[in-house]
Design a protein around this ligand. Structure first.
Ligand code: BTN
Length: 247
């Protein structure tokens, strides 16, 4: 299968962003772009540095799960130093930027499963892992890791536990990772620049949540809550009404 030639130069060409993507590091193969992002952030990387991998060998998922990134997918991490009060909006902006980029480049309709999985017709196409270093009341760094299933077939998704899909499966043709990344970085940059007036980001994120109204099993590292996902609050917390009627 032919693949688009992913390089830092190809992504940077014509990219007109204020912060995100001003510095792009491309690694043909690495363990985890989040791992590299954290190391770079601790070494004082400029805000908006993006690390992109052609392939990950130790990709990290939420709740300490592994994330598989074979050749043909997108794995990237963005280093940001937001104000502490904007952290919850960054989570929303990241998933919204993925939704916008997928819709612009492929024409497919995407939704968000709380808090930030991106789905197409109930199947996961993207996962996001934000790793932050918070020192009492300030953010030392955030690394927003985004993994998108792009040009992989059904056989390469075999063994993935949650129902999953890729853009290749949904469109029936290869999708340019370069176009998708450029669109994603531009959109995330636009939202990041206006994060302090967070009203719009929250409202749009809430409107894109496919989770509301459905039965959920919310799993955190040390707790499981079952019930109906009723709403979200302005901080992005999911409000679940359990079987005893407690919110
Ligand atoms: C999840 O849904 O569990 C989150 C998956 C996040 C995967 C991305 S791929 C790029 C970045 N590097 C990692 O090691 N993980 C994130």
């Amino acid at each position: 299968m032919s693949r688009d030639l992913l390089t830092a130069e190809a992504v940077a060409e014509g990219l007109n962003t204020r912060t995100i993507g001003r510095r792009i590091i491309f690694l043909p193969e690495t363990g985890s772009t989040n791992e590299i992002g954290i190391r770079e952030a601790l070494n004082g990387a400029p805000e908006g540095t993006v690390i992109i991998a052609g392939k990950q060998t130790r990709g990290r998922g939420r709740l300490k799960r592994a994330w598989n990134t074979p050749e043909g997918n997108i794995a990237l991490s963005v280093i940001l130093y937001p104000d502490m009060t904007l952290l919850h909006l960054l989570i929303m902006a990241a998933s919204l930027a993925v939704v916008h980029a997928i819709e612009t480049v492929t024409g497919l309709k995407a939704g968000i499963k709380w808090p930030n999985d991106v789905l197409i017709d109930d199947r996961k196409v993207c996962g996001i892992l934000i790793e932050s270093d918070i020192r009492s009341t300030s953010v030392n760094y955030t690394v927003t890791g985004i993994g998108i299933n792009v040009n992989i077939g059904r056989d390469e998704l075999a063994g993935v536990l949650t129902p999953a899909t890729s853009l290749l499966i949904e469109t029936g043709k290869e999708v340019s990772r370069i176009d998708l990344i450029r669109e994603l970085l531009s959109d995330m940059d636009r939202m990041y620049s206006s994060l302090s007036s967070g009203e719009r980001v929250f409202g749009e994120w809430r409107d894109r949540l496919v989770t509301l109204g459905s039965e959920v099993r919310a799993t955190s590292v040390n707790e499981v809550i079952e019930g109906v996902a009723e709403s979200v609050d302005a901080s992005g917390n999911l409000l679940v009404r359990d079987t005893a009627g407690t919110l």
